[in-house]
Design a protein around this ligand. Sequence first.
Ligand SMILES: *Cc1c(COP(=O)(O)O)cnc(C)c1O
Length: 462
Amino acid sequence: MAIEKRTWAEPFKIKVVEAVRIPTPAEREKAILEAGYNTFLLRSDDVYIDLLTDSGTSAMSDRQWAAMMVGDEAYAGSRSFYRLESAVQQWFGYKYVVPAHQGRGAENLLSKALIKAGDIVPGNMYFTTTRLHQELAGGTFVDVIIPEAHDPKSLHPFKGDVDLGKLEEVIKTYGASRIPYISVAATVNLAGGQPISLGNMKAVGELAKRYGIRVILDAARVVENAYFIQKREPGCQERSIASIVKELCSYTDGCTMSAKKDPMVNIGGFLAVNDHAVYEDAANLAVIYEGLHTYGGMAGRDMEALATGIEESLHEDHIRARVGQVLYLGQKLIDAGIPIVQPIGGHGVFLDAKGFLPHVPQEQYPAQALAAALYLDSGIRSMERGIVSAGRNKETGENNKPKLELVRLTIPRRVYTQAHMDVVAESVEAVFSERAGIGGLRMTYEPKYLRFFQARFEPLGA
Ligand SMILES: *Cc1c(COP(=O)(O)O)cnc(C)c1O
């Protein structure tokens, strides 16, 4: 068999290494207690394998590091900005670019530029920071994702798809004038890294155009989404990842980008739009919240690394190995009988905490408790994506109760090896075999905004 058809391996070799160490059981116990059972409050020195997030944690390439050396640190009109602008125009096809310090910076500019009090923003499942900025600008998010997205067992190949019927109903109920844009994510993080199909994106674009409404893409993981389209959508098997990404973007009027995800930089982001008036508003807001519109909170070297990272993220062998590693871990867990969200997503494996800990009611934060138990077992850090992340209803103050109660094992790009994935699978299996002994938690401190980052807990019965 030709080598191209045999087992894949990472399309890189390792030039620099960073030591990691396994904290002792006593150290782990002390650390999780001090962190209030919240993995966001652990110190990274107390972590062995860090699967908290793939955000800003990917490994940059030698080409990205080299690009940083030629960054132009001019306050205004930096050459590095124009290089970034060209990369966004070339690979995503949008006309105007406003850099931002990271994704939520771009979300703030977009929300402030487009949303007025009383507006409605439909989208394919909420994302924490995205929805908060929509709400702070006076809008209300309405979920229009297909129902399969809320079912961890559904094997629908495109669980990120928009329910077109539901979307049209929302438009008819509130009227197009109250809908500044439709917020479409590719892939959907809180559904478990699930993709939207090219066909659905096209249909959303056409529906929006009929009603004169904009579509704004959350492009943080659009390349991973394109990989699933190439693998699963009829007629796309021979297409390049780059051409699928460009077509996805073509059905939208702009995007917010957290460049800490697919484009593999440690910090950065941007807003890109086709409408010059929106660009002008956002560029003007940028000078208040981010920095001048030609750097937006990024150093010149950051913009260089980002421009290079965008191009590298579109390489076929890169994305195949990136998603391949996630599928490798997920398949191991499926084979071991662990309840996870299926199909396996693009950036991580999501444990189904309701299936894992059926004896812990949602009010006792099963996903939070499971993330803490996994850390105690092996020093592996994961993240809650359930009732804590979902926060409270902005009108009633009641807890939002998401159908999905998940623990995310997020894989940074180009950082860990297959042997690390084996260690993770072993630890999840060990915790699964002792799951009956894992109890719920009580929240002892709740911050007002995005509570999952800083909330504190203690074991019930402690
Ligand atoms: C990370 C993320 C954001 C926010 O970006 P930051 O860079 O963390 O501010 C927005 N949307 C999605 C889907 C994300 O994963």
